[in-house]
Design a protein around this ligand. Structure first.
Ligand code: SAM
Ligand code: SF4
Ligand code: SF4
Length: 379
C-alpha cells in the first residue's frame, strides 16, 4: 500500500517537473521572438488562506489584520481547487498566509488537493503544529512543509519574529517530523543584518538536522507583503525596523555569499540557485544596483495568486484581475485586465523580483533533489 502511495508521488513530481522544464523553455523561446505573447496556463498557484497571524514579526504586518468572516471557507476553497484542476491539470499549489494553520480546515484543504493529484506545499511559522497535527500532515500526502527560521540563536529568532518561544516551537516541529516519509521539510530564512553572520550556520543546521533544504529570502520592505481588504484595497504599512537597518553590515555580504555558494557546491541542501544567491548578494550591498532592477520579473506567465477573499493577482502587489467567487480561473487568466497586468509587470522596476516566490529560475539540481526525495520510503 505504502509503496503505491510513494510511486504515485514520484509520478506526480515527474509530471510536474517535465511541465516546468517545458514551460520554462517555451517561455524563453516566446520571449525571444514575441514579447507580447499570452501564456497558455499558469504554473504556480498560491493560496493565501488567511491574513490573520498569531506572531508579531516586525518584517511583515499581516498580524495586524483582524479575523474576517468574508474570507473564503472550506467549500469555496475546494471548489476553487477543483476548477483550477479541471483547467490546468497538474500544478503546484502553495498555501501561505498569515498563518495558514490558524484555520481549522487546512488539513481538509490539503487532503482535497492531494486527492486531486495536485502537488501541495505549506509555509508556516510552526507554532501550531503538535505531534497530532504533524502525523496528520504526513498522512495527508502533503508534499512539502516550509518552516520559517531566522537564526540559530533563539533570542535573535524570537526577536525578529516578535514572539518569545517560537525558536523552540520550530525546533520541536523539526524533531517531531524526523520520520516524515517522503514529505519535503525545509526552513525559510529571511536575510537581514541581524542574521547575516549566521547564514552559513543555518545551512549547517539544515544539514545536521537532516532537513531537505533551506531557502534564503532577502528582506524587503513590508509593503511587499501587502494586506488587502475584500474589495482589493491595500492597507498602508510601515517599512519595519529591520528593513531600515538592512544595509548596516554590507562589508560582510561578499564573504557570506561566497561561503553559501561554496557550501551549495559542496552539497549542502541550499534551495536557492547560485544565480539567485548572486543577485541577492548584489541587492544586499546596494538595493539600487542597476543589474538587479533590470533583471526581468518572470511571473507574468507563471503566477496565479488567490488572496483570502478569492481575488486573483499575477503580481501580489498589483490590483486584482478577477475574483474566483464569481469567475472561472481561465477567464480571469485570459482577461484584458490580466494582459494589462502583464504589461505592467514587464515595465516594473521593483526589487521584490528577488523574493524566492518571484525569482523564477530553472534549477535542475533542485528539481532532481525533490524527485529523488519522492522515491524515498519512510524509515
Ligand atoms: C508571509 S510568511 C507566511 C507564512 C508563515 N506565516 C510564515 O511566517 O512562515 C512567508 C515568509 O515571508 C517571510 N517574510 C516576512 N517578512 C518578510 C519581508 N519583509 N521580506 C521578505 N520576506 C519576509 C517570512 O519570514 C516567511 O518565511
Ligand atoms: S511572517 Fe508569517 S508569522 Fe510573521 S507575521 Fe507574517 S505571516 Fe505571521
Ligand atoms: S518586481 Fe515583480 S513581483 Fe515585484 S512588484 Fe514588480 S512585477 Fe510584482
Amino acid at each position: 500500500m505504502k509503496e503505491k502511495k510513494y510511486d504515485k508521488r514520484f509520478v506526480k513530481r515527474l509530471k510536474l517537473g517535465s511541465r516546468y522544464v517545458g514551460k520554462y523553455l517555451l517561455d524563453d523561446m516566446f520571449e525571444a521572438f514575441n514579447s507580447g505573447h499570452s501564456p497558455l496556463k499558469p504554473l504556480d498557484v498560491v493560496i493565501e488562506r488567511t491574513y490573520s497571524c498569531n506572531l508579531r514579526c516586525q518584517t511583515c504586518f499581516r498580524w495586524t489584520s483582524s479575523p474576517n468572516e468574508e474570507e473564503l471557507g472550506l467549500e469555496e476553497w475546494t471548489s476553487v481547487i477543483e476548477r483550477l484542476k479541471n483547467w490546468i491539470g497538474t500544478f503546484s499549489l502553495s498555501i501561505t498566509g498569515g498563518e495558514p494553520f490558524l484555520k481549522s480546515d487546512m488539513l481538509d484543504i490539503i487532503k482535497y488537493a492531494t486527492g486531486q493529484g495536485i502537488t501541495t506545499s505549506v509555509s508556516s511559522n510552526g507554532s501550531l503544529i503538535d505531534q497530532t497535527l504533524a502525523d496528520k500532515l504526513v498522512a495527508s500526502g502533503l508534499d512539502a512543509l516550509a518552516l520559517s527560521l531566522n537564526s540559530v540563536t533563539p533570542e535573535i529568532h524570537d526577536e525578529t519574529r516578535g514572539c518569545e518561544g517560537n525558536f523552540n516551537d520550530v525546533m520541536r516541529v523539526i524533531r517531531i517530523l524526523g520520520d516524515r516519509g517522503n514529505m519535503w521539510l525545509s526552513i525559510g530564512t529571511t536575510v537581514m543584518s541581524e542574521n547575516l553572520g549566521e547564514l552559513a550556520a543555518l545551512a549547517e543546521l539544515a544539514k545536521e538536522m537532516r532537513l531537505d533544504g533551506i531557502t534564503f529570502q532577502p528582506l524587503m520592505e513590508t509593503s511587499s507583503l501587502p494586506i488587502f481588504d475584500v474589495k482589493g484595497q491595500s492597507k498602508k504599512l510601515p517599512d519595519g525596523k529591520y528593513y531600515k537597518g538592512l544595509w548596516k553590515n554590507i562589508e560582510l555580504v561578499d564573504g557570506v555569499f561566497a561561503k553559501l555558494i561554496s557550501m551549495k557546491l559542496e552539497g549542502y541542501p541550499i534551495n536557492n540557485s547560485i544565480r539567485h544567491l548572486e543577485y541577492m548578494r548584489r541587492y544586499l550591498k546596494d538595493p539600487n544596483d542597476p543589474g538587479v532592477c533590470k533583471l526581468p520579473c518572470k511571473i507574468g506567465s507563471k503566477n496565479f495568486l488567490v488572496d483570502p477573499f478569492g481575488n486573483v493577482r499575477i503580481c501580489s502587489l498589483m490590483e486584482p484581475i478577477g475574483n474566483l467567487r464569481n469567475e472561472l480561473p481561465a477567464d480571469v487568466w485570459n482577461s484584458e485586465k490580466a494582459r494589462r497586468q502583464r504589461r505592467d509587470i514587464d515595465r516594473c522596476g521593483k526589487k521584490c523580483r528577488l523574493l524566492t516566490c518571484t525569482f523564477k529560475d530553472l534549477d535542475f539540481s533542485f528539481k532532481l533533489r525533490k524527485l529523488r526525495k519522492s522515491l524515498q520510503v519512510a524509515g
